[in-house]
Design a protein around this ligand. Sequence first.
Ligand code: GLU
Ligand code: MG
Length: 465
Amino acid sequence: MVEKAESIDDVRRIIEDNDIEFIFASFGEVRGKSNAKLVPASQVDDLFSEGVGFAGFAAGEIGQGPHSPDIELVPDPASFRVVPWQPGLAHVIGDARVEGDAWPYCPRHILRQQVERARGLGLDFRIGFEAEFMLVDRDESGRLVIADRQDNWPKPCYDVKGLTRQYDFVTQLSRYVSELGWENYAVDHEDGNGQFECNVTFADALETADRAVFFRYMVETVAQQHGMLATFMPKPFTDNTGNGFHYTMSLWDRETETNLFADPNDSRGLGLSELGYRFAAGILDHARGYAALVAPTVNSYKRLKAGTDAVRTWVPVSMTYGGNNRTQMLRVARQGAIEDRTPDFSGSPYLGFAAALAAGLDGIERRLEIGEPNTANLYEFSPGQLRRQGLGVLPNSLIEAVHYLEKDDVFREAFGKVPTDGPDGSPGGGFEDFVDYYARLKQDEFHAINDVVTAHEVDRYLQFP
Ligand code: GLU
Ligand code: MG
């Protein structure tokens, strides 16, 4: 039986029952990095009342300078979990605060705001994730290679031998996921060489985001225990499928606990309700700016390319929806759930989920019409042909996505305002939209990578324009 804490009393009981000696108390910054401190379990009362301090500037991107007061992490009992692979250790996540107040740069706080907005409308946002990752290694020359050197078939998806050679790793992972109570229902060898996916059931958005963070940490740790490196990088190899982080979303009635996206009488035959279609229409309407939040790195856009026979991708290039069709951005493969295939796990799941909910709610508020589902194999069309059919194309680069994000007032509103430094370097000088802060961060990231001259472009341009 998995114990789920709702209060500090539950946490104390779980500590007692499981001989917990230490707690990793963590929070995630804007790029998605997790930061933790090790706290002895004997300090649990202080940890949950006062929190634990971090120098925010050292922790990553969370709107702080070297002069800023500490980030205080106050853990959320609901995220308290016994770490399955390390006896005596528990893990807990919380929101970042500063001087006792919620810190508006904190991605978990931003998601909470959106979740509460939906609750105010009587809706619970539930979401599941499919986090793909690759098990890699470096060869003698330092080159990145697939950890299992025999995993080099052109169509390795579901390959029983590839799964068998990683049996120890995949079964260990599956056992841990079951111990966490996340109802693992399958682990498979995915479409890329060295690529795996471990599926868990969906939950409330905050719970799922916390799970995603812990899941990633767990996969990385278990891989290391098996002498490998697990990567969630969107596109580590040019000629291999990328790593997606698909979201499967639904809105539920808070009172009746029913899925409001399910409609068995849907005239389009996809089992989706009018509310579901409007939510999907909202995501499509905001898709270009949304991409900056769910596909948030330079590398993300090397994944978002149409598949060919030679290089499979299974990712969207155009802003479309369809039934059980993997070339579409939004796939309605089963009743009452919308799968978005755009996201990857190179950023914060809190920000990604918040973006999906904000865009979807906007579609509902504006009663957007989505039109008929697209049934084509969209990989047969070039971007030019897609445009000629009137189908919008997703951004080709991070800088393009950020450009659209800056123009998106729905995201400006949803992500709120953040304090900026005053003229004397002290906090409280003024406010700006979080979106502007985020846009600067991502523009700098784009330039830091894109401005470097690569061997590939030297080969291409050295003698010829
Ligand atoms: N690996 C693909 C991606 O990057 C998805 C494959 C699948 O359909 O699961 O999104
Ligand atoms: Mg997959």
